[in-house]
Ligand binder design. Structure first.
Ligand SMILES: [Zn+2]
Length: 49
């Protein structure tokens, strides 16, 4: 199965904090609650294009 790389960025400060791979069939936009070291708290992270 083919996968593609995604970068997750903090929706508050825009820092790129996490990398993940998803199936190419996956089209929905990922949003995950993750810890942001810059904001020093858990924030919503969304994938970049
Ligand atoms: Zn942040």
């Amino acid at each position: 199965m083919k996968t593609k790389k995604k970068i997750l960025e903090c929706s508050i400060c825009g820092t790129h904090n996490y990398k993940t791979t998803v199936s190419q069939q996956h089209t929905a936009r990922l949003t995950l609650k993750k810890y942001c070291p810059k904001c020093q708290k858990h924030t919503l992270h969304q994938e970049t294009r």
